[in-house]
Design a protein around this ligand. Sequence first.
Ligand code: MG
Length: 355
Amino acid sequence: MIDEQQNSFNLVCPPLIRNNKNISLGHGSGGFLTHELIKDIFNKYFANPILDEGNDGAVVNFPLTEGKMVVSTDAHIISPLFYPGGDIGRLAVSGTVNDIAMMGAKPLFLTASFIIEEGFPVESLEKIASSMKITCEEAGVKIIAGDTKVTEKGKGDGIYISTTGVGWLPEGRNIQGQNAIKGDAVIISGTIGDHATAILQARGGLGFQTNVTSDVSPLNQMLENLLQQVPNIHVMRDPTRGGLGTTLVEISQQSNVCIQIKENSLPIQREVKTVCEMLGFDPLYMANEGKVVIILPEEKCSVALDILHRHRYGQNAVRIGSVVDTNKARVLLQTPLGTNRVIEMLMGEMLPRIC
Ligand code: MG
């Protein structure tokens, strides 16, 4: 009897999702179409024993006999969704993985919420899910819970993805913005402004072609390797929105120290420099999605640079300055002429929807 009902249902309403080219409101209904979407896209790319249980929450064994848990969350509304060097999927995984890694923790699990606009191409969703899977594998993390909602056409912009990450902080590690002290060296792991430039390029806002690609990457493996060999790092932070300038001001305020960086030492690709000069942007405020600022004792600087240089995401790491004073929360940029310019936080929004 049940089989007959099922058959007649299928005759009237054939399995829609596999033939659908676009997301419909029904895919967010929680019913049949949502289950088909989960089965056909999300389970296909994110499958693991914890997610596959299919319950309301993920139950995990957590190695918390020692150390602490670190949690971070991030919403991703970038436009466009696909750009040179990355896409919203790689960004949604890397962004949260990196925030956990900046604390010195090992990212373990992610959750992912998708807010999709009605009419969004299923093919694009599949590309994004596939990119998330590849980035998760690179970072060594699993997506263990998720959610999908669909908004009416015109009430979203394709897709937004929110990710939450859980990581494990080994006992004894203390890496925070408050820890910079006078005498510390300041390192940046590579060229600045690449992500923002790639997004500008993808929006067609440059009026000319560049070869700059986004640096969007999970940095946790590189940083874990660094911390194994140089455990006494004081601060790590990823200079994302607001760029290197804003990140250094944040740290100077948290630690109440004066940080001085040398303009000549800032690693900037020639094309990024050109874009900034033409459009009047300051590379110090251009967003990055695969870079880290590292503040550590002066005597550990060269060994840290050697380790970073051996990793593809740290090949262009350089020392850019020092923590020069206490009780003076500010950032100074030393120009080639030897004068100092005070660096402020980014005011307003330079490029909306950059991440
Ligand atoms: Mg961050």
